[in-house]
Write a protein that binds this ligand. Structure first.
Ligand code: UDP
Ligand code: MG
Length: 307
């Protein structure tokens, strides 16, 4: 059975349509499924509609948050409560073409553990939004070794991957990157982002900026090392300037020598901070408590111990 997890925040205009389109596609392709709506503390009639659907449609289940906790929380709640052998996460506004799930399911049946839908085109987005998205992915990929460019939250995962994600103890999660961090045999499918079915986007600049910052800091320690690099640059500048001034002083040009001293003191402070930062990054890594490895297959039992 396949679970379809749909985070929904103020989506009263979309719930019924999305449920009927998806269950239509699943029935047509004879894919046994459950549709799990996670209402992320909506203020409109979203929950009322989910409850109504759950009453009439045996495939629909729902979960409601006490307030708006954000899409990440909704996705992870869905992963925790889904009952399928695999689960797909899809937006409620039909921007992720639901038809693609049939192909994703097929690939899963062929043995892929993660099937990612990657954006071939980003759909209608403002220039600024595209610019920030590009810089964010550039920074993320440059400073961690996770490839998430063109990534979306539209993914299908095997039960093994869902369990691995559910077992991660960290609280600040970034589903899109974590689902690639866990590894496993992965396939990719391209899709074009469709326009929103109804309603408006539930994100704003402030929310996105906070989201980007939280994700960058949970996947890379690069900002912590920045200060060390600045310290080293400052130190080199102090030495060069110092030598320069000494040479000039020897030739009889009067020098006051204060700048190299300031630079030297600064560089010592910055390098010191960098060292503290380095230890902090280690503490941070430990605190996240991610498993050191994940096993996807083994033949341990088959061989058996020699008796
Ligand atoms: N969403 C959510 N909680 C939020 C914001 C969004 O669960 O705080 C859901 C929303 O209902 C939708 C999905 O996340 O199903 C994607 O949101 P949206 O379409 O607004 O984002 P965009 O497509 O503009 O990136
Ligand atoms: Mg959308």
């Amino acid at each position: 059975m396949m679970s379809i997890i749909i985070p929904a925040y103020n989506e009263e205009e979309n719930i019924e349509m999305t449920a009927s389109v998806i269950s239509g596609i699943m029935e047509e392709n004879k894919i046994p499924c459950e549709i799990l709506f996670v209402d992320d503390g909506s203020k409109d009639r979203t929950w009322e509609l989910i409850e109504k659907l759950a009453g009439t449609n045996p495939f629909v289940r729902g979960l409601k948050f006490s307030r708006n906790f954000g899409k990440e929380g909704a996705i992870f709640a869905g992963l925790k409560h889904c009952r399928g052998d695999c689960a797909a996460v899809i937006d409620c506004d039909l921007q992720h073409p639901p038809q693609l799930m049939v192909q994703m399911y097929g690939l899963w049946q062929q043995g892929y553990k993660v099937v990612e839908a990657v954006k071939a085109s980003r759909g209608k987005e403002s220039f600024l939004y595209k610019f920030f998205a590009k810089s964010f992915y550039g920074l993320m990929e440059g400073s961690s070794n996770i490839k998430i460019k063109g990534g979306s939250d539209y993914k299908l995962m095997d039960r093994q991957v869902i369990d691995a994600l559910n077992e991660l103890p960290e609280r600040i999660t970034f589903y899109r990157a974590l689902s690639s961090w866990v590894g496993f045999k992965t396939a990719q499918l391209e899709f074009d982002v469709a326009p929103r079915n109804a309603g408006t986007t539930k994100w704003n600049f402030k929310k996105l900026f906070k989201f980007a910052l939280a994700n960058l800091t949970s996947f890379t320690n690069a900002p912590l090392h920045f200060i060390t690099v600045m310290g080293i640059i400052s130190f080199i500048a102090a030495v060069v300037l110092g030598i320069f001034q000494i040479v000039l002083a020897c030739r009889g040009v009067p020098q006051n020598g204060i700048l190299p001293v300031i630079l030297l003191v600064d560089s010592v402070i910055m390098i010191g901070l960098g060292i503290i930062g380095y230890y902090m990054s280690k503490i941070y890594e430990e605190i996240k408590g991610r498993p050191r490895y994940l096993v996807c297959m083994d033949t341990l039992d088959k061989k058996g111990a020699a008796k």
